[in-house]
Ligand binder design. Structure first.
Ligand SMILES: Cc1ncc(COP(=O)(O)O)c(C=O)c1O
Length: 373
């Protein structure tokens, strides 16, 4: 298989660990192993005693029970664990889709959602969301793109990079459309549980559609990307079986320490999610203040969920040039929109981490000096 380079990951490989302030991360504040173990009495002894043999291919039963508890009407047997969401995307596109299948992908997007399907020989059509429409993708346009060869629709809500979260009725209508037309709904829900108002949370695709494939991960809402632990939740066991058989050739099973720590974090999910939502809410206020102070220079849509937003420059520069200048002069990393296949004026900003305000102060000084000075 030949696949194009992953623009965002190559960008991060170049700058993530050398920039002074990463202001475009899409995850939440992380925890140390010690902090996590301290959340449960006896967890440190149990972790020290953990045997480091192979784990079950599907994921340990206890871990899968904890994951299933995140959903309504989903059992441990409906869960398959992967080494991050990224492995699940790779395996789904290769194991379930066939060369020649038509796949519609909500865009702009995290690149693998489109590139892996294309590399697997699928014909990929982009279902573009536009800033002018508040990043709401047009349902009429989606209906027009469907053909008899359409095998899957790929969506991502809450959305990276825009932070868009549709109304529940709009999401249910997408699932109904998938059912009526007989295609799979691959729903990247890695930012789920980060809705600022709990009542805004969408049902998971696997809950409302028997051929809905919900993608989840420990990286984003829980801030535990280093565990490399994700999953698929799906009631169609033919799909799960195809994924499991392909996974035998990728990772076989996930790492035992990651499974242990992920299960612990899921048991303590209320504490971790509340902490991360508090950080997000505080940072979002600072971000709103920044955009009010510099109204003529930026436009943005305030997200309703997640730790990322996708503002645009209103002055004569590309986001590539703006981000490069900011990194060079202030050591602050923002991600230009090109990395998401999007318009050249946009950039992604991430506000899920504690050091956000320090990065924002540097960004503010840069903007004041460059644009007002
Ligand atoms: C929408 C989306 N899906 C999947 C992933 C991959 O997640 P992970 O790195 O945890 O495998 C990301 C990571 O940024 C993402 O933003």
């Amino acid at each position: 298989m030949k696949i194009e380079p992953f623009a965002l990951e190559r960008f991060f490989a170049g700058y993530e660990f050398s920039a002074q302030h990463v202001l475009c991360a899409s995850d939440c504040e992380t925890l140390s192993v010690g902090e996590l173990l301290a959340m449960e009495p006896g967890a440190d002894e149990a972790f020290a005693a953990l045997r480091l043999g192979y784990t079950e291919t599907a994921g340990g039963p206890e871990l899968r029970r904890e994951i299933a508890a995140l959903y309504e009407g989903i059992a441990a047997d409906d869960i398959l664990v992967f080494a991050g969401a990224q492995e699940a995307i790779f395996v789904f596109m290769n194991a379930v889709l066939n060369a020649g299948d038509h796949v519609i992908v909500h865009s702009p997007c995290y690149q693998s959602l489109a590139s892996v399907a294309a590399a697997a020989g699928c014909r990929v059509t982009r279902w573009d969301a536009l800033a002018e429409s508040g990043w709401t993708p047009d349902p009429g346009r989606l209906e027009r793109e469907i053909t008899p060869a359409t095998r899957a629709l790929v969506v991502n809500f809450p959305h990276n990079p825009t932070g868009h979260l549709p109304e529940k009725e709009a999401f249910t209508a997408i699932a109904d459309l998938a059912r009526r037309n007989g295609f799979l709904l691959f729903s990247d829900e890695v930012y789920r549980l980060l809705e600022y108002e709990e009542g805004d949370r969408l049902p998971a695709a696997c809950e409302i559609y028997e051929n809905g494939v919900s993608l989840g991960v420990m990286s984003k809402a829980f801030g535990l990307a280093g565990l490399r632990l994700g999953w698929v939740a799906c009631r169609n066991h033919d799909v799960l079986r195809a994924l499991a058989w392909f996974k035998d050739y990728t990772t076989i099973c996930t790492a035992a320490p990651s499974e242990f720590l992920a299960a612990l974090a899921l048991r303590r999910r209320d504490v971790i999610l509340e902490r991360n939502l508090d950080i997000i809410r505080g940072n979002l206020e600072a971000l709103s203040g920044f955009f009010s102070r510099h109204e003529g220079f930026f436009s943005w849509q305030r997200p309703r969920a997640g730790p990322v937003a996708f503002p645009a420059l209103s002055f004569a520069a590309t986001s590539d040039d703006f981000c490069a200048g900011l990194l060079r002069e202030r050591g602050v990393l923002l991600a230009p929109g090109r990395l998401f296949g999007a318009a050249p004026k946009h950039f992604r900003i991430g506000f899920g981490r504690r050091d956000f305000k320090t990065g924002m102060e540097r960004l503010s000084r840069y903007v004041e000096q460059r644009l007002w000075g």
